[in-house]
Design a protein. Structure first.
Length: 266
């Protein structure tokens, strides 16, 4: 068994990163944050990686912040309060920004419970595929906090205000199947099929024009804050860039020549 907090494995241009603190349901310590961000940065600069899968070791995906990590734990002895804002600025904000700006698609393969920031880290990935026995918990309210790791922005956009508030205020377990039905995640699959289906999905994404996929995420995120006229301008700007890139020539050329395209842009 490896001591690494993040396990990595590459197969067919798909890099799988596995959160590896199974005894604590892969909850985030500062050390795990550092390793995960380094692994994502490395993947972003490695042209051979065309899709990233994020998953968890053992029976959980991620239980959010490790509540026992000295860097984050409340001072139960009445000493100075822990500065959670600083913790978020230093670790969660860069992680979410990294995920949402990866040059390639990112798939979350949610193998078990995803709670607190663990749920929102998964939801920040481009496509979320979850095992049937997995569940999502906005656990924050149970410990007197608000959804973080982008949850307050994401949840209403994904499922609407009423459901977002219900999930966040009640902090109930949301089974993967229901998460799929309400549009919180892309797909729920039988437990035994999760790894294979996540790999197949990631390989499919890896074979697509990944630069355009990353730009699709970028424009969809940006357009959420724009009116239609602004969105049309944003689309034209990005499309202008993509239209002069290799993958567009390759995609159209392959279509005309009735052959499979080989996309390489990032
Ligand atoms: O620092 C800050 O607070 C700011 C940042 C906040 C971001 C956040 O993520 S806040 C939310 C933090 N997460 C939680 O509140 C979730 C806490 N965990 C749970 O509610 C439950 O563990 C689960 C519902 C996720 C799973 O329940 P269950 O019954 O399947 O497992 P369990 O028995 O509770 O947990 C198994 C082990 O993992 C257990 O250790 P043990 O007793 O076997 O040695 C448990 O203590 C440990 N564990 C689970 N979650 C955490 C954890 N250890 C540290 N931190 C955790 N978050």
């Amino acid at each position: 068994m490896s001591d690494a907090l993040i396990l990595s494995h590459t197969h067919h241009a798909v890099l799988t990163l596995t959160l590896n603190r199974p005894k604590a349901l892969n909850s985030f310590t500062t050390a795990m944050h550092v390793e995960l961000l380094a692994a994502l940065n490395q993947a972003a600069s490695d042209a051979s990686v065309r899709c990233v899968v994020l998953t968890g070791a053992g029976r959980g995906f991620c239980a959010g912040q490790d509540l026992a990590d000295p860097a984050a734990a409340p001072n139960l002895d009445g000493g100075p309060a822990t500065d959670l804002g600083a913790l978020i600025d230093r670790y969660y904000r860069p992680l979410v920004q990294r995920l949402r700006n990866m040059p390639v698609p990112v798939v979350a393969a949610v193998n078990g419970v995803a709670a607190g920031a663990g749920a929102n880290v998964a939801l920040n990935c481009d496509l979320v595929i979850a095992a049937q026995s997995a569940n999502f918990i906005q656990a924050f309210s149970k410990i007197g906090l608000i959804p973080d790791a982008g949850g307050s922005w994401l949840l209403p956009r994904l499922v609407g205000r009423a459901r977002a508030l219900g999930l966040a205020m009640l902090g109930d377990k949301l089974p993967a199947e229901q998460a799929q039905q309400m549009g919180l995640i892309w797909q729920c699959v039988p437990d035994a099929e999760l790894a294979a289906q996540a790999q197949a999905l990631a390989e499919r994404l890896a074979g697509l024009p990944t630069r355009a996929l990353a730009a699709t995420r970028q424009v969809m995120d940006a357009c959420g804050e724009m009116n239609m006229d602004q969105a049309l301008v944003a689309e034209a700007t990005l499309q202008g860039q993509l239209g002069s890139a290799h993958d567009y020539l390759e995609g159209v050329g392959a279509f005309m020549q009735k052959r499979a395209p080989v996309f390489t842009d990032r």
